[in-house]
Ligand binder design. Sequence first.
Ligand code: TYD
Length: 220
Amino acid sequence: MQNKKKNKLEKGFFISFEGGDGVGKSTQIDLLKEYLINKEFNVICTREPGGTKEAEQIRKYLVTGNKKAWDSHSETLIFNAIRREHIKKIISPGIEDGAIILCDRFIDSTIVYQGLVGKVNENELLDLHRKYCYNLFPDITFFLDLSSQKGLNRALNRQDTAENRFENLGLNYHNKILNGFDTLQKRNPNRIIRINADNSKEFISSEISSSIKKILNINE
Ligand code: TYD
């Protein structure tokens, strides 16, 4: 039997998924992964906070427990430490190897959660990103746009209810998060693609894969 050749990119491609809590990012990442694997690409799925073994351990201190456990400045430092290792050990080697990286949240989450909403100065955030996180931005970001109420309902009905530290900050907070992503998308219309996430998962997935098909010039 003839071995199919992997559709290897010369340089990898970095895609992040963003949005409020409970918008369905992980489902969409799974579906896009399936699509790209069918097209013979090398795909790496990863997430923040997390990605490396150590960061997955730190993750639980960030997403569980008391909502006042960390203020936005402390969170900023932790997210940057996690991101630096994540880029160094997972994302950059993947890009070098010609893979497509699908990442659940990245720098835009810090700009929105800790910056626009948490009030950490945005220039400071960008400065930290330049100094410690190689100033790496995704090639493309999908912003899954869903009303905060619907997102929160979904997030709070999930099986793993322990990971609810951010969800417990309430609707008013999550409306600000949604506005933050909206602002960021309007500022970066070329990089950040807005997807109406108030649709079936199949419909959302077909919107995402047809964008990627155009961007990466994928044949039928
Ligand atoms: P995630 O597991 O993606 O949450 P969900 O599945 O509910 O969308 O992310 C965990 C939480 O971490 C999320 O509420 C947002 C927060 N977060 C930040 O505040 N700043 C960051 O830089 C990142 C990556 C995540």
